[in-house]
Ligand binder design. Structure first.
Ligand code: PLP
Length: 326
């Protein structure tokens, strides 16, 4: 990847003259079955632009209560779009067409205008869970029948695709906007690509410039994205196998409970039964060179990725047993 970065052909990205950026945009648009792609500095910006494209201030966006956008994007929907979030409950980060139907506001001057349906695939906080295609289509069908716009937060979409064998485009082409993160499991240092119709991406390009996201010789970083798509997609299966191996090891530790059983590269577990807290255990692990994340008092998240091999997973399990034994 470093060599691909060094060799990258570049131009002025603001003028759409960077050939490597254009190549990455085309690759992702094709992969997701969308007309056009737009390279962005981050996934967060893909969500900011996605929401702004589809809403006006005062509009409401329906999403799962545990969405990344509802928790980790600094209140961005309120600040950048003036939008309110209607949070839906449901296991595995998913909800149903019926739930969406029930969330759509009646047309009346009392209510915000329901405008956009927001789906995360795979779902981070739910534990890397995959939306099955039929459930996705059910929800999208209800959205379309009410004239709602649809946005796919596909930061980890390729994990869903590799886990199920269903091409990414089948999950993504049904949305008005969909995006991929280059810097999660794909392992590029920077960037995300938002996709949609030519018309929507033309407007998204304007917004990108407004937010200070237009760049110059961005082919330097886009080259890493191209390399990742060419070399790091199929290997996501290794991350999934490592997550499964880690999960099996964790499940064998007394007092520790998987929540849920992992489907892709994210492993969540609850340590309530050990009498210890998540922040305390995560600190102990860090002292042994293993980084996991504390989510609340007793929940811990571990993510497998291309910088962690099977040997690293075995070390992580040993460290966890030691920290719990102290
Ligand atoms: C990481 C992530 C984002 C934000 O992407 P960045 O590239 O970190 O800005 C958005 N949604 C989900 C589901 C994510 O996992």
């Amino acid at each position: 990847m470093r060599e691909a970065i060094a060799r990258a052909e570049v131009g002025d990205e603001q003028k759409q003259e960077d050939p490597t950026v254009r190549r990455l945009e085309r690759m992702v648009a094709e992969l997701l079955g969308q007309e056009e792609g737009l390279y962005l500095p981050s996934g967060t910006m893909a969500n900011i632009l996605g929401m702004k494209l589809h809403t006006r201030p005062g509009d409401e966006v329906v999403m799962h209560a545990a969405s990344h956008t509802a928790h980790y994007e600094v209140g961005g929907p309120a600040v950048h779009s003036g939008a309110t979030v209607y949070p839906l409950a449901g296991t595995h980060g998913r909800f149903t067409g019926d739930q969406l139907e029930g969330a759509i506001r009646p047309r009346s001057w009392h209510f915000a205008r329901t405008r956009l349906v927001w789906i995360e695939q795979t779902h981070n906080l739910a534990g890397g869970c995959v939306w099955p295609l039929d459930q996705l289509q059910d929800v999208l069908q209800v959205a379309k029948s009410h004239g709602l716009a649809t946005h796919l937060d596909g930061a980890r979409l390729l994990n869903a695709s590799v886990a199920t064998g269903i091409p990414a485009r089948r999950y993504a082409e049904v949305f008005d906007t969909a995006w991929l993160d280059m810097s999660k499991g794909l392992g590029a240092p920077v960037g995300a690509v938002l996709t949609g119709s030519l018309e929507l991406m033309r407007e998204a390009r304007r917004l990108k410039h407004m937010f200070g996201g237009a760049m110059r010789q961005a082919g330097i970083i886009a080259a890493a994205g191209v390399y990742a798509l060419e070399h790091h997609v199929e290997r996501l299966a290794e991350d999934h196998a490592n997550a499964r191996f880690l999960a099996d090891g964790i499940a064998a530790i007394p007092g520790v409970k998987l929540d849920p059983s992992p489907e892709t590269n994210i492993v969540f577990f609850d340590v309530r039964g050990t009498g210890r807290t998540a922040p305390e255990l995560v600190d102990g692990l860090l002292g042994r060179g293993v980084r996991m994340g504390a989510y609340g008092r007793t929940r811990i998240r571990a993510v497998t990725h291309l910088d962690v091999n099977r040997g690293g997973i075995i070390r992580a399990l040993e460290a966890l047993r030691q920290v719990l034994g102290e």
